[in-house]
Write a protein of this length. Structure first.
Length: 131
């Protein structure tokens, strides 16, 4: 490209990419930090679904409960960053349809969130004592 504006447009595109990656990292860090806090918690934790966390006497092991919750959020934060940065980059360069890119990205993100919900339900069945 021999036009004067091409270099300027490349710099704007690079700036937009850097801003996008920084925002993706910040969003992911929210979940990673939440996971670290839950991992270290002494009282039972839960995901923010509106349900009350189980009492200590209702769980088979409070540390294991909190460690699994924390680990799941740390994994979710890492998966978000991978999905938002690496996966989105490859889809953008491999697929021409913007709608198809958006659909694949949203399916991936919702699948990650669904995984956390599924893991939470499995934990409840396994670790909450039956009455």
């Amino acid at each position: 490209c021999k036009m004067m504006g091409c270099d300027f447009l490349r710099r704007i595109d690079m700036a937009a990419t850097i801003i996008y990656l920084i925002i993706s990292l910040l969003v992911s860090l929210i979940f990673i930090i939440l996971g670290m806090i839950q991992y270290k918690a002494e009282k039972p934790v839960t995901i923010n679904t509106g349900e009350k966390p189980p009492r200590e006497d209702e769980l088979t092991s409070v540390p294991e409960w909190n460690h699994r919750h924390g680990r799941n959020f740390i994994i979710l934060g890492c998966a978000f960053f991978i999905t938002l940065s690496v996966f989105a980059y490859f889809i953008e360069n491999l697929v021409d349809s913007v709608l198809f890119q958006a659909v694949i990205l949203l399916i991936s993100l919702f699948a990650e969130i669904a995984w956390v919900g599924l893991e939470h339900n499995v934990m409840k069945k396994k670790m909450i004592k039956k009455k």
